[in-house]
Design a protein. Structure first.
Length: 499
């Protein structure tokens, strides 16, 4: 049911994010032997996330070969969502939740409108959180086998190599390892964990070292230089507690989508710190929340993906603790399962009455809304042959439509150019000695138009081109622009017709 809910209407909502297209194009580059990215790989993120995406590419190729590429990428995320839901259940059981409560945690995570929306999108955080949950499950293994603890360290390294920000849960994972290890062999367990983490994680800096790109220097990208940008130079999103900031708006969006997990889960995580068995997942949730709340930091929309499963387990765990405490407070209730069932049913009914309507509306909108028709139409237009001789034509697109243009016959990299690279990649600038005049077409999307202030070439292209086809209207429209020419009669053709 959880996977079905994510699959239902997966191509129609939410509106594509340019990051989705970037990761999908990088997975294409890995799959086709181009490299770790479709342009110069500059260590903005570790590559394991999109490497895994490339491994899953057989699924959409089999199920939906004619869909736009961003839809194919989302279909490839379905096994990741399934693995995440199962691991939430497993971790919940290993922190002491009974079967009903563990099932409740999985349903809290699996049916949350916020989780449904975010986990169907092509985000590296979805891969990272699955590996992080696997690390917790292995650290808390009831067998307490040394190799489980080695594997836990390796799983955390895989999580970090999928999305580096997940590293902040390390203290919580160490608490889990302390609880899950035998006191007589705890030293070996921690040594094994450290070995698994180091031996797996070292491949990334070793790759950079062997390429001569570990340290900053003239004429090349570097791992250390990119880390410096991510940690120190990147513009922040402001405080989430100050009205008008990007972070505050984002928090409001998260809360509106799922107040139960965001507010209730956060309160439960704080309470769960006092419960020994729940402390590892509670600490993970609190650390992730504190990182999100730091003033002046950068908070991306998809960060919440890492937080949601830990909030779900904490909330289910505190609910179980509350039910057990209520039952024990009733005289003569010991050994009477009917009382436990009644208390549990009352808690579920109350929660459903309070938050059920919000979840129902959120999930209903997810399976009914159509936000992406303009991308479907633009992808179809590119593939329909409206542009003659695409192999010798240069077109600029956003990240989402880049791979659709490649499928339409445009030359990857220099024939179809991701708009972000126009003023940020010297290799692309060398192929454009005449600037915007060297481009034939622009696929103008909201993401592309949003970079006019930052990318002068994009601004020049939009100022010197005329629409030959338009899909949608308003700020969400997509225009196919012919550079340097005016359409016949000065009119814009609608619905994909070329004047």
């Amino acid at each position: 049911m959880i996977v079905y809910l994510r699959a239902w209407n997966i191509g129609r909502t939410p509106f594509p994010n340019d990051d989705e297209g970037t990761y999908l194009a990088q997975a294409w580059a890995v799959r086709h032997g181009v490299g770790l990215a479709h342009y110069t790989y500059w260590y903005d993120h570790p590559p394991l996330g999109w490497i895994q995406l490339s491994w899953l590419s057989w699924l959409p190729a089999w199920l939906a070969p004619d869909e736009p590429t961003f839809v194919q990428g989302r279909i490839a995320m379905l096994p990741v969502a399934a693995a995440g839901a199962l691991l939430v259940h497993l971790v919940a059981r290993r922190v002491g939740l009974g079967r009903p409560a563990a099932l409740g945690a999985m349903l809290l995570y699996g049916l949350s409108p916020l989780a449904v929306t975010m986990s169907r999108q092509i985000y590296l955080d979805n891969f990272a959180v699955v590996w992080a949950l696997a690390a917790f499950a292995l650290a808390l293994s009831p067998r307490r086998h040394l190799w489980h603890h080695v594997a836990s360290g390796a799983a955390l390294a895989a999580a970090v190599l999928s999305k580096e920000t997940i590293l902040v849960v390390l203290p919580a994972l160490l608490v889990a390892l302390w609880q899950g290890s035998d006191p007589r062999t705890r030293t070996f367990s921690f040594a094994g964990f450290a070995s698994g983490f180091a031996l797996t994680g070292m491949f990334y800096p070793l790759y950079a070292l062997l390429k001569g790109e570990l340290l900053p220097g003239p004429g090349h990208v570097s791992l250390v230089g990119s880390l410096g940008f991510q940690l120190g130079s990147r513009a922040g999103t402001g405080s989430m507690f100050r009205s008008g900031t990007e972070a505050h708006t984002l928090l409001g969006d998260w809360f509106a989508a799922d107040p139960l997990l965001i507010a209730g889960g956060s309160a439960a995580a704080l309470a769960a710190l006092a419960v020994r068995r729940l402390r590892p997942v509670a600490l993970a949730a609190v650390i992730l929340a504190l990182v999100a709340a730091r003033p002046g930091g950068y908070l991306p929309k998809m960060y919440v993906i890492q937080l949601l499963p830990f909030l779900a387990i904490a909330l289910a765990g505190i609910a179980q603790t509350a039910v057990r405490a209520a039952v024990q407070a009733v005289p003569g209730s010991a050994g009477r399962p009917a009382i436990r069932l009644t208390a549990g049913a009352a808690l579920i009914a109350t929660t459903a009455a309070l938050f059920g309507p919000v979840w129902y509306r959120g999930d209903r909108d997810t399976i009914r809304t159509d936000d992406t028709t303009v991308y479907y139409d633009a992808a179809q237009w590119l593939r329909a042959g409206h542009i003659a001789d695409p192999a010798r034509t240069r077109v600029v697109t956003d990240g989402v439509l880049w791979l659709d243009a490649v499928d339409a016959g445009f030359t990857p990299g220099t024939g179809v150019i991701w708009h972000y690279k126009l003023d940020n990649d010297p290799a692309i600038e060398k192929t454009m000695p005449h600037g915007w005049r060297d481009i034939d077409y622009v696929v103008s999307t909201p993401a592309l138009r949003g970079e006019r202030k930052n990318l002068p070439t994009v601004r020049d292209l939009l100022a010197h081109s005329t629409a030959v086809a338009t899909f949608g209207e308003g700020d969400g429209r997509i225009d196919i622009l012919k550079v340097g020419e005016v359409s016949k009669g000065g009119e814009v053709a609608k619905g994909g017709a070329t004047p």
